[in-house]
Structure formats: C-alpha cells, structure tokens
Design a protein around this ligand. Structure first.
Ligand code: ATR
Length: 262
C-alpha cells in the first residue's frame, strides 16, 4: 500500500498540497497517497488522532488549526516553538512531532529567485502569524535587520518583544505602517490585505530593491506599486511549494528541487 499523507484544514477544498506532493513523489519515484481532510472546527484533535491511528505517515496543517496543532504536539522543533504554530505533523516513537516549514519555504523561494538574504535589511509589513513564522528562518538565512511595520503598532511591538531572544544576532524593530520610511533590500507583504481584497498603500519615500507578496493568485495593490517602481517582484506560490518541499523531505528523506515545480 502507498504511504498515506494528508492536509487538514477548514475549509480545505482550495488546498494545492495534494497536487504538489504527488508531483514531488513522481519526480523522486515514491509511491504516496496524499488526500485532503476537512476537520470540523471543534474536531481537529480527533481527526489527527484517527489519521495516525489508521497508519498515516505525515500530515500538513492549514488554517485555522496551526495553533491547535502546536498545542497538541509532544515534541516540537525549535522553529515551530518560535513560530508558535505547526504545519507539519508526524509520529515518532509513539509521540506526535511538529515542525513549521512555512518560514523555510519563504527562504527557499527567495533563494530560488536568486535574491540574496545574506547581510540584508528587510521590511515585513504585517504582524500576524504569517510574520511570526518567517522571522527566525530569515535570520538563520543571514538577514541582518528586520523592521516589522503594522497598522496596529502595538502588535508589531509585541512581536519584537516575543522574538528578540530567539534572534540575538539580528536587529528587530517595530514601526507603525503610517510612519514607514527607509531603504530596504527586500519588502515582504505578510498582511492579509490582498486576501481580503483591500488596498495597501506604500509611502512614496519608502525605497526597496525587491518585493515579495505572500499571497498568490489575488490582485495585489502592493505588487502593483512595486511593479510601477520597476523592482523585481514575486508572489507566494514559491513559498507554498517551498514549505511543501520541506515537509516532504522531513517525511521521506528526499528533497525535490524547488525550481522544478515553479
Ligand atoms: P496571519 O496569521 O495570516 O498573519 P492575522 O494574524 O489575521 O493573519 O494578521 C493579519 C495581518 O494583516 C495583521 O498584521 C493586520 O494588521 P492589524 O494587526 O493592524 O490588524 C494586517 N492587515 C490586514 N488587513 C490590512 C490592511 N488592509 N492594511 C494593512 N494591514 C492589514
């Protein structure tokens, strides 16, 4: 029987994880079956337990269950602890293990674009879970300074307080979105503005050399403004593929090449 994997969420129909993992398996010659599981909002824990009791090997977790997955794991990787959220589950020695591959997925996507992260100054707009998950992997990849700009300044300030100890070698700063200025190697839109069809207006005096939108397949005023300035841009499909490759590699011990799937 093929090895069983799944992605669990609510809703789940939109997930592209099955097609990605089947493509990785085909490329690496593995026999897997990767399905979508819709968990009831109050039934996440039971669904996970049932999946592994039935012999499942690995599970991805998506909205809105990443924090619940974090709470359910007996063993967590360092980056999952720092993210406070888990997107990758597996059983080992009878214990539920959890990792978070989202941040490394972003790093992989940026490297696949041949944009350097070493010694850079980065601006991240947004201070929610998406931002929390990427800071540690970005610093691990060599980023020197991260400014977190948020509409609600207090949330960005709290994130800096929470994460400072985890990234002692990098400079972390919080700023209100309205006060945004400066010159950055890369700006990342980690807000949910594009997902909800809202505009994000960048000040004229903000300078940047590259722009990455975490959402994908949605109209993005953020990307429109970056393109108008003729800087290289990319959107979140690479990050999605990148996180999937990291999960696949944890479970199967082989790592497909990101550029083959863009
Ligand atoms: P996620 O887990 O995807 O990061 P989240 O925790 O809901 O989602 O965070 C959404 C982020 O997008 C927040 O930083 C939010 O700003 P506030 O903290 O001020 O709410 C930001 N955001 C959402 N819509 C926005 C908009 N139209 N303009 C600017 N920021 C926006």
């Amino acid at each position: 029987m093929s090895k069983q994997f799944a992605v669990i969420g609510n809703p789940i129909e939109q997930s592209r994880s099955p097609e990605l993992h089947h493509a990785f398996a085909q490329k690496t010659g593995l026999d897997i079956q990767y399905s979508k599981r819709l968990a009831p909002l109050d039934g996440f824990k039971d669904s996970v337990e049932r999946f592994f009791a039935e012999g499942g090997i690995g599970m991805n977790v998506t909205v809105p269950f990443k924090e619940q997955a974090f709470a359910q794991c007996a063993v967590l990787t360092e980056r999952a602890k720092i993210a406070g959220a888990v997107n990758t589950l597996w059983m080992q020695d009878g214990q539920l293990h959890g990792d978070n591959t989202d941040g490394q997925g972003l790093v992989n996507a940026i490297h696949a674009l041949d944009w350097s992260l070493e010694n850079t100054d980065i601006l991240i707009i947004g201070a929610g879970g998406a931002t929390r998950g990427v800071i540690y992997p970005l610093v691990q990849a060599g980023v020197k300074k991260i400014v977190i700009a948020n509409r609600t300044l207090a949330r960005a300030e709290q994130l800096v307080v929470d994460l400072k100890a985890a990234v002692p070698n990098a400079e972390l700063q919080a700023i209100a979105l309205n006060d945004l200025n400066g010159d950055f190697d890369l700006v990342i839109n980690a807000t949910s503005a594009s997902l909800s069809g809202e505009a994000l207006v960048l000040p004229e005096n903000l300078q940047f050399k590259h722009a990455y939108e975490m959402a994908y397949g949605k109209p993005s005023t953020f990307l429109d403004q970056a393109k108008a300035r003729h800087v290289p841009t990319s959107e979140g499909f690479g990050m999605l593929v990148g996180q999937a490759i990291e999960s696949f590699s944890i479970w199967n011990g082989v790592k497909p090449e990101l550029k083959d799937f863009l």
